[in-house]
Design a binder for this molecule. Structure first.
Ligand code: MIG
Length: 723
């Protein structure tokens, strides 16, 4: 074992000869290592092909991180197995989901990141109350220790190491409608017209697997889409972005170009006999592209041209754990067993064959049986298992750099590894329309943000199972604060578009979505500020407040620096208990984006009311939020000329409004505008200071700011300032 200091805070410990992942961005050449025997904080126990790190914790130590995992926000009390798995039933006892983000914060002590792409098992105070035990399935890996007691600094060091979070186009902050599936042009058009006809804003409609011809990736079924280019351009004219799904499994079929090119060039993963590995997914028998090979990525990345040439810039890469329904051999064995039971009276065997069918999917042995041909040598998928989704996404992004240079894209992947947040993002996979999963959504939003995924979200309304109208309303209200605001539901489940229930619910959902659109100036500005500062956009309270209660809270969170969300996640509730830390808060019970129902609260514990049609929003003392109150159908419909600034100011408050073209990276070259807005309390009212910071070739479109400032008594002061 050897170590080297990378910064004042960060030390890298290297075990053996690790596979070099893409997780970190610093220059790894010429590192000057020194040999070492011990690691700070940890006890080390090396076994054959396994390493165990353990660490004693105090009763009150809090443990955060691990990105996309189930369980509490404070990760104590559970086992987490980082081994990408397609499991659509996220019940509390499950230990694996789709991604691997082995980054941990021991609050007020230190942090660490284990850069190892195979299986890691974190037993966090589960087996023993005071011990964290980490089992790494290898003797070759990198361990980074961030030695600071400051939690924010730990996150910043992690992000300096792994890169700044990805920035989607501005339209991705709008509302997005998905379902498995809107299968054809006619259905999608109908959905689009319904949004516009019903005056419900929306920016994107997703295309799930049924748009393809027999689930063949990079095809569009011409029966379902007789004139795809015209259809796409009509959708664009209406202000809709289409977001097609892309699956990695390539159907084995003669004459199918993607298959033939892959076979001819040796682009697919092989088994130990040097034959192409066969897995069954949606299209039937498929091969998996070997994304760890740069040549394969180059080939794959350019395939997106089919869509980007038509102006499509949104995609979701699904099934890239990679998910395997079964392989031909295991299915045959299984069917043989079933066959043998044919003539028998079946009792107990029923349960065996039932479970066995489920266990045909995603077996570890499958992942051990195919290989990646990487520039660093040949590795089994099992050894690098958690990298497949990342490298599929890297293929996509490397393609985009060529085919849509300087264009921002919305790119969701289901599977991911540490560092993925730098090039794209993820959605949280197949949740259910369960009230319990709203809490899971909230916890994961925070955990993922701590791990660099600032822009992310769950399937709003829940994917599997049937939703109730109230559940969809409360989840859509929570979604107002979710960076990715996408309603999605599974095949065969109840529809959950805003109009899927009755008119009363439709009205509430219309108002809810409009509230989201009104908040976009605040959300977008704060998102950019979070990226500049490398601090989570969606943040647990403990990063902002020092009091003991805030540390225990997981169902309230900060959105940017000025809003605290306290979503209602209990059925039949007309309010909830909240903790209001440190300062006074302005409670805005928002039933509409342009109607205020305002009350001032002192710090403390309260039951606050919020009826089914009201979204609770808390504005922090001495802060401002900026809204666009003009109604729009989609983000880029009109330029924002009028801002409404709501403030709760007992002394002074500042907000920096950010504006750019919303679709390129030109902001990196100074093409953006910032408006610094400051409000100061004076003897009998307020004074307003506005400072514009524009570059020569980018001018802000804002012409007017309407202030609505509340003092400590909830007394309102208004003012209009022309720019
Ligand atoms: O095995 O494409 O997580 O969002 O709708 C299911 C169909 C495959 C899983 C994704 C889900 C998507 C679904 N996919």
């Amino acid at each position: 074992m050897k170590k080297t200091k990378l910064s004042f805070i960060t030390t890298l410990y290297r075990f053996g000869i690790p596979f070099e992942t893409d997780a970190t961005v610093f220059n790894k050449k010429d590192l000057a290592f020194e040999d070492c025997e011990k690691i700070v904080y940890f006890t080390l126990n090396k076994k054959e092909n396994k390493t165990i790190l353990s660490l004693k914790l105090n009763t009150k130590d809090r443990v955060y991180g691990l990105g996309e995992t189930l369980g509490p926000l404070n990760k104590r009390g559970k086992v987490y197995r980082l081994y990408a798995t397609d499991d659509p039933v996220h019940t509390p006892e499950k230990d694996s989901l789709y991604g691997s983000h082995p980054f941990i914060i021991i609050s007020n002590k230190f942090g660490f990141f284990i850069d190892y792409p195979g299986e890691i098992i974190f037993d966090i105070c589960y087996t023993k109350f005071d011990e964290m035990k980490i089992e790494i399935n290898s003797n070759n890996f990198d361990l980074y220790i961030f030695d600071t007691k400051n939690d924010i600094e730990i996150i910043q060091e992690y992000l300096k190491l792994t890169g700044k979070p990805y920035i989607p186009p501005k339209w991705a902050f709008g509302y997005q409608q998905c379902r498995w599936s809107y299968p054809d042009a006619k259905t999608i058009q109908e959905i689009a017209y319904t949004f516009r006809g019903k005056n419900i804003p929306c920016d994107a409609i997703y295309m799930d697997i049924d748009y393809m011809e027999n689930y063949k990736v990079f095809t569009v079924d011409s029966n379902k889409f007789p004139n795809f280019p015209e259809f796409v351009s009509n959708m664009k004219k209406l202000g809709f972005n289409l977001v097609p799904i892309i699956d990695p499994g390539v159907k084995i079929e003669d004459g199918y170009d993607v298959y033939e090119e892959g076979v001819k060039n040796g682009y697919f993963c092989k088994d130990k006999n040097n034959e192409y590995f066969v897995a069954t997914v949606w299209p039937g028998y498929t091969h998996f592209p070997d994304f760890l090979n740069p040549e394969v990525r180059e080939w794959w990345g350019e395939k997106y041209k089919l869509f980007t040439d038509l102006g499509i810039t949104g995609f979701w890469n699904d099934m890239n754990e990679p998910s395997i329904f079964f392989v031909p051999k295991t299915l045959k064995e299984y069917l043989k067993k079933v066959d043998e039971l044919k003539e028998k009276e079946v009792g107990l065997e029923f349960f065996m064959i039932k479970d066995e069918a489920i266990n045909l999917s995603n077996r570890r042995e499958y992942y051990k049986s195919f290989y990646h041909n990487t520039p660093q040598g040949i590795y089994s998928n099992d050894e690098l298992h958690n990298l497949y989704g990342y490298y599929m996404t890297k293929a996509t992004v490397e393609g985009f750099e060529k085919i849509i240079p300087n264009k921002r894209y919305l790119l969701l992947s289901r599977s991911s590894y540490a560092g993925h947040h730098r090039i794209a993002t993820i959605w949280m996979g197949d949740n259910m329309s369960w009230w319990e999963h709203m809490l899971v959504n909230i916890r994961m939003l925070q955990s993922l943000n701590l791990s660099g995924f600032f822009y992310t979200g769950a399937d709003i309304g829940g994917f599997g199972a049937n939703s109730s109208p109230e559940l969809v309303v409360r989840w859509m209200q929570l979604g107002v604060f979710s960076p990715l605001y996408r309603n999605h539901s599974a095949l065969g489940t109840r529809h959950q578009e805003p109009w899927a229930f009755d008119e009363y619910i439709e009205d509430i959902l219309r108002n809810t979505i409009k509230l989201r659109y009104a908040l976009i100036p605040y959300l977008y500005s704060e998102f950019f500020r979070s990226i500049d500062n490398l601090t989570p956009f969606i943040s647990p309270l403990f990063l902002y407040f020092d009091d003991e209660i805030s540390k225990d809270i997981e169902d309230q969170f900060m959105v940017g620096a000025s809003i605290m969300a306290t979503p209602i996640i209990q059925p039949n509730a007309n309010g909830r208990f909240v903790h209001l830390p440190e300062n006074k808060w302005l409670y805005w019970k928002a039933s509409k984006h342009n109607s205020r129902n305002i009350k001032v609260y002192n710090p403390g514990e309260y039951y606050i009311e919020a009826n089914i049609d009201e979204v609770p929003i808390f504005i922090r003392e001495n802060s401002l939020i900026a809204l666009n109150e003009e109604e729009i159908n989609y983000v880029n419909e009109k330029q924002i000329t009028d801002l409404t600034v709501i403030g709760f100011v007992t002394d002074s408050a500042e907000f920096i409004y950010f504006e750019d073209d919303g679709e390129t990276y030109d902001f990196n070259n100074g093409r953006f505008a910032k408006i610094k807005i400051q409000v100061n309390k004076i003897d009998n009212g307020y004074n307003y200071e506005i400072e514009k910071d524009e570059s020569e070739d980018f001018e802000s479109s804002v012409k007017r700011i309407k202030f609505e400032i509340y003092d400590e008594n909830g007394q309102k002061y208004t003012e209009i300032v022309e720019l």
